[in-house]
Ligand binder design. Structure first.
Ligand SMILES: [Zn+2]
Length: 221
């Protein structure tokens, strides 16, 4: 009997306009994914965010987000993307709880996941994320033993999608049965990088030892 396939999951942060191109690509290849959003940072129309590698990064408008993310899983990335460890507890709780509630109402999804802004986390923040109804919370710390996490509120991914040792980590992850990568679609600054990502998706899809999954299924959802 072959061992059960390694489950490959992915998530993308920050709700930027390049997510529209990414969800088109994922839909075409029939690949699931989770998108981590900050409900307090979107207007009805697109809104300028910041510069990355000489290019403008814009946030999606509410008016297009149902369409862009249709069929994908939504997770909470706090209300306005502050460093939660550097603010009073009541303010951090507001960021976590209200961020989730707005996403739940807008998308009509359960919103089981959380992603720490800037990866900043401490025990008090972890407790708040747990108490506000999230079942897992992702850090930015790469690990070889993704699953099961020692604490689901400190769920470490395998690596960033542009990690130089991506395929080594991918092979290593088959031991624990889950490979988890993450990124931001605004990091795909030219067509070569988009083509490389598409090739990465196709290589994983073609691997008989793996199958695509989505984050909530790992935690019984
Ligand atoms: Zn972020």
């Amino acid at each position: 009997m072959p061992a059960s396939p390694c489950i490959v999951v992915q998530c993308w942060d920050d709700g930027v306009t390049t997510d529209a191109r990414l969800t088109d690509l994922l839909r075409r290849l029939d690949i699931p994914a989770t998108f981590n959003l900050c409900a307090g940072l979107h207007d009805n129309q697109r809104r300028f965010g910041w510069m990355h590698a000489g290019q403008e990064v814009w946030r999606l408008g509410w008016g297009e987000m149902r369409g862009v993310y249709d069929g994908f899983t939504i997770a909470n990335h706090s209300l306005t993307h502050p460093n939660l460890c550097e603010m009073p507890g009541s303010a951090a709780r507001h960021e976590i709880a209200v961020g989730r509630e707005r996403l739940r109402q807008f998308f009509g999804q359960r919103v089981a996941g959380f992603v720490y802004p800037f990866g900043a986390v401490n025990p008090a923040v972890m407790a708040m994320v747990r108490e506000t109804g999230h079942v897992y919370a992702r850090t930015v710390e790469s690990t070889a033993d993704v699953f099961p996490p020692a604490d689901p509120m400190a769920f470490h991914p395998s690596c960033h999608f542009q990690a130089p040792d991506f395929w080594q980590r991918y092979d290593d992850a088959k031991r624990c049965g889950v490979f988890y990568f993450w990124g931001h679609s605004y990091e795909l600054v030219d067509d070569t990088l988009w083509q490389r990502l598409e090739a990465l998706f196709e290589q994983i899809s073609a691997d008989p030892d793996s199958r695509w999954g989505d984050l909530p299924e790992l935690f019984g959802g």
